[in-house]
Design a protein around this ligand. Structure first.
Ligand SMILES: NC(=O)c1ccc[n+]([C@@H]2O[C@H](COP(=O)([O-])OP(=O)(O)OC[C@H]3O[C@@H](n4cnc5c(N)ncnc54)[C@H](OP(=O)(O)O)[C@@H]3O)[C@@H](O)[C@H]2O)c1
Length: 276
C-alpha cells in the first residue's frame, strides 16, 4: 500500500507515518523542512519499517508537483493521501491582519485542495483509493480566540463532504478525522496575531485568559495522540470508511450535543469549557 502524508515532522503526521510504516505500508512522509526529520527517523527506527522522507510545503506548488512526480516515477499509483499539515492562528477575528487570515486558509484549506487535485491522477490508478483529511472539533463549532482556524476547518468540512459525493462515484473514499485537543506540537507551533498583545486591542485581557485556559486544558488532558494515529490506521485498512470520525472526549461530546441540543445550549457548554 502506497501512502502519502503531509506534515510529518511532529504530532499526528509523525505518529501515523511511523505506525503505517511499521505495519508494512510504503509511506511517503513529507515535511516542509527536511532539517526537522530527526524525530520521525527516531520513531521509525524504534518501531521498525521504513519511510521515504520528501520535502513538501502545502503552500508551495513546486514542492507538491515534485513529490507527486517522484511517487509517479517510483510507484505509478497512490492508495492513500493523508492531508494532515496544519497550524492554529490565535487571536480575535477583529484583530487579525488580512495576511494572517489568508495564511491560515492557505495552509489549512487551499493546501489540502491543492494536494487533492495534484494527487487524484495517481489515486485514480489505485483499486481502493482513500483521501483522509485531518479536520478538528473546531471544524464542528466556531471557537472564539481561534476563529480563523475554525473557519479553515469549517471550509475543509464542507469541501470534504462535497468531495465525498463527487469521488464516491469513482470508488474513492473521503474521510474527515475530527480530533479534540491532543498534546502534539500544535500549541508550541501556533501563530499568534501580531495584535495579540497590542495594548489598544479590545481583546487584550480575553486573549490572555483564553490562551492560559487552553494551555491548562492541554496540560490537564490525558489524551494520547497515538489514539489518532490508531484511528487513521483503522480508516486506511477499512474498505468502506465513513465520512466523519470524531475522536477524543471533546469531539465526541460536541458531536452529540450539536445533533440534539439547540445552539444556546451548545454555546453555554462551549463557553464554560473554554474558560475552565
Ligand atoms: N493536536 C490537536 O489538538 C489537534 C486537534 C484537532 C486537529 N488537529 C489537526 O491535526 C493536524 C496535525 O496537527 P498536530 O496536532 O499533529 O500538530 P503539530 O505537531 O504542530 O504538526 C503539524 C504539522 O504540520 C506541518 N505544517 C504546518 N504548515 C505546513 C505547511 N505549509 N506545509 C507542510 N507542513 C506544514 C508542521 O510542520 P513544521 O514542523 O514545519 O511546522 C507539522 O509537521 C493539523 O491539521 C491540526 O489542525 C490537531
Amino acid at each position: 500500500m502506497i501512502v502519502l502524508i503531509t506534515g510529518c515532522s511532529s504530532g499526528f503526521g509523525l505518529l501515523s507515518a511511523a505506525r503505517l510504516a511499521a505495519a508494512g505500508a510504503t509511506v511517503y512522509a513529507t515535511m516542509r523542512n527536511l532539517a526537522s526529520q530527526t524525530a520521525l527517523q527516531a520513531e521509525v527506527k524504534r518501531r521498525g519499517g521504513q519511510v521515504r522522507i520528501l520535502a513538501l510545503d502545502v503552500t508551495d506548488d513546486a514542492t507538491i508537483a515534485e513529490a507527486v512526480a517522484q511517487i509517479q516515477r517510483e510507484e505509478g499509483k497512490l492508495d492513500v493521501l493523508i492531508n494532515n499539515a496544519g497550524y492554529g492562528l490565535g487571536g480575535a477575528l477583529e484583530d487579525l491582519l488580512e495576511s494572517e487570515l489568508r495564511g491560515q486558509m492557505e495552509t489549512n484549506f487551499f493546501g489540502v485542495a491543492k494536494m487533492i487535485q495534484a494527487c487524484l491522477p495517481l489515486l485514480r490508478k489505485s483499486k481502493n483509493a482513500k483521501i483522509i483529511n485531518i479536520s478538528s472539533v473546531a471544524g464542528l463549532v466556531g471557537v472564539p480566540g481561534i476563529g480563523a482556524y475554525s473557519a479553515s476547518k469549517f471550509a475543509l468540512e464542507g469541501y470534504s463532504e462535497a468531495l465525498w459525493y463527487e469521488l464516491g462515484t469513482f470508488g474513492i473514499s473521503v474521510t474527515l478525522i475530527e480530533p479534540g485537543t491532543y498534546p502534539t506540537e500544535v500549541q508550541k507551533k501556533r501563530v499568534l496575531t501580531a495584535n495579540f498583545s497590542n495594548p489598544n486591542s479590545h481583546y487584550l485581557q480575553e486573549n490572555q485568559t483564553l490562551l492560559e485556559a487552553t494551555d491548562r486544558r492541554v496540560a490537564r488532558g490525558k489524551a494520547n495522540p497515538e489514539e489518532v494515529a490508531i484511528l487513521i490506521e483503522q480508516v486506511v485498512n477499512n474498505p468502506k470508511p465513513k465520512l466523519r470520525y470524531p475522536i477524543g472526549r471533546e469531539a465526541k461530546a460536541i458531536t452529540i450535543l450539536r445533533r440534539f441540543a439547540p445552539f444556546r445550549t451548545v454555546s453555554r457548554v462551549l463557553t464554560r469549557a473554554l474558560f475552565r
